[in-house]
Design a protein around this ligand. Sequence first.
Ligand SMILES: [Mg+2]
Length: 97
Amino acid sequence: MVENLNEIAKKAHDCAVRRGKISLIDEENNFHRDLLNEVAEVFNAEGKKSSHIEHFSDFEEELADVILVAMSTLNHFGSDIDALIKAKMDFNQIRND
Ligand SMILES: [Mg+2]
């Protein structure tokens, strides 16, 4: 069964809460910092085989983390991610800059 983005984001958010990476109390979170940390891990990746997930590089793994942190954050604030991504892609299609 293919999951939609909102379902994936809900799972990612639930996992982040379980692991203590996201608190259900908003004042305890710093989503900006968490996203920047994951972006930094992308820049620190060396393109070698991931030691955590088979068939992927550490670079791919860290980019996945960026996506998952972004999706968890959007889920946390109740965003409809499927609609959001469609709306943003539709907008980008008509941009020329
Ligand atoms: Mg990471």
